[in-house]
Design a protein. Sequence first.
Length: 381
Amino acid sequence: MNHLLHNALVLGDAGFERDLGVLVSDDRIAMVAPLAQLRDEPAERHDLQGARLLPGFIDCQVNGGGDALFNDDPSVETIERIAQAHRRFGTTGLLPTLISSDDATMRAAIDAVDRALERGTPGVLGIHLEGPFLAPERKGVHDAREFRAPSRAEIDMVCSLKRGRTVLTLAPERVPTEVIRELVARGVIVCIGHSAADYARTRAALDAGARGFTHLFNAMTPLGSREPGVVGAALEDAESWCGIIVDGFHAHPATLRAAIAAKPRGKMFLVTDAMPPVGGIRDSFELDGRAITCRDGRCTTADGTLAGSALDMASAVRNSVGLLGLPLDEAARMASRYPAGLLGIGASRGRIAAGMQADLAAVDENLVVRETWIAGERQPA
């Protein structure tokens, strides 16, 4: 079945354009052209009623959603529940994210993602292993009892996903440079985070192939006048990508504006670091036996430590416009095209253009998602 989406402001490579039609054939965008050129195409018409049509959002850090936490039950069913919860907020691609855990849980998580990909679960792109090769000094909400240096068996396990992308967040001072180089050579996307490394050690990891930084500014050594730290290395490096959580809690808007100005365009992308309350009905949950409460969009432990977020990707885009002053087209790219670049899938996802997978999000003037399409299929609300 072909679909013709029309009556929308369409975000293309040059910005928003009016009077365009987007012709979807099977799972792909067949054509983006003036509507007059597409009137005779045999397709089911779909009137978007003046919405803004954006590339579907790609979230590289999703711990949970729909009242489910990946760590609690790393199964295909949990992945499906999380992906379904995030779809209503325009997320058409995500990485279920496992917070530092033991080997058995890691194996179960990798196996579950592999089976979800084999099954064709809508929106699943791979897995993000956030730890356990992290620094106790920058543990955040992670359980430092799980932290360790990688064994040979664990290196092989991290590289074992048969389908999709694997992102591994690590502290470079906890992992030998030659291991980082091996992980990269075997297809793992290495990101730096939860690290107490200095600039030199971070730079060595980048030179070994590390590709990104996990929730920039949070749980890493800050930029200083004499020691640039992890943040300084991240902002200086022109090739790496930086994920940012734009929820008003994890980083000050001025700090994020400065970071965006420092990096080349296309290297800063939005993540949610979402926890179970996103798309759910409960405002509390447990992580490693600790109670986490979400109030006014802020998820914390009893002692006030931030524990992920209650942020969805549509809100991250909205906040990037409202808090950071970004134009909508750039904020939308930070939620789609730029994370696709980190994952190396930019040739097929993250843009509205002929030949791309038909992953789309239609939003109203308040940037509330009206409908979501994944691989040419309109998703249920």
